[in-house]
Design a binder for this molecule. Structure first.
Ligand SMILES: [Zn+2]
Length: 143
């Protein structure tokens, strides 16, 4: 799939962002294993800790629609910012391998940078680490 559709979905999602406190609107789109695109925008809250990022909202939408594996991610912001650490961790949860997932960060001026998820989160905490823990879940339990 051409990334233009993924980026367009992220741009459209950004238009719906709810950012009365920061004004930093973010739109995200993830492409799942069936090439479906799921959108998310950031949703701020007066109780700042209740704010949720666009990327995690997009992943939640993917999961709610049955997707379990991220093929690519696009994020659109004013300045081309990269996902926060918490979102990188959530993206890694659904990456078949972090080296395989492109994260396309697009600024509103049209400039973009493309990273591998493994570049942004080189030592991701993955489910296999949990499975090594006595009493932890087994890899086969995660499908
Ligand atoms: Zn985030």
């Amino acid at each position: 799939m051409d990334n233009s559709e993924l980026v367009a979905a992220a741009k459209a999602a950004r238009e719906a962002a709810y950012t009365p406190y920061s004004g930093y609107a973010v739109g995200a789109a993830v492409q799942d294993e069936r090439n479906r695109i799921h959108r998310g925008c950031n949703v701020e809250n007066a109780s700042f800790g209740a704010t949720i990022c666009a990327e995690r909202n997009a992943v939640a939408s993917m999961v709610a629609h049955g997707g379990r594996s991220i093929a690519a991610v696009a994020v659109v912001t004013a300045d081309g910012g990269v996902p926060c650490g918490m979102c990188l961790q959530v993206l890694a949860e659904f990456a078949p391998a972090t080296e395989q997932v492109e994260v396309i960060c697009v600024a509103m001026d049209g400039s973009s940078r493309t990273f591998k998820l493994s570049d942004l989160l080189p030592h991701a905490f993955r489910s296999d680490a949990v499975a090594r823990t006595p009493g932890g879940v087994q890899g086969s339990d995660l499908t």
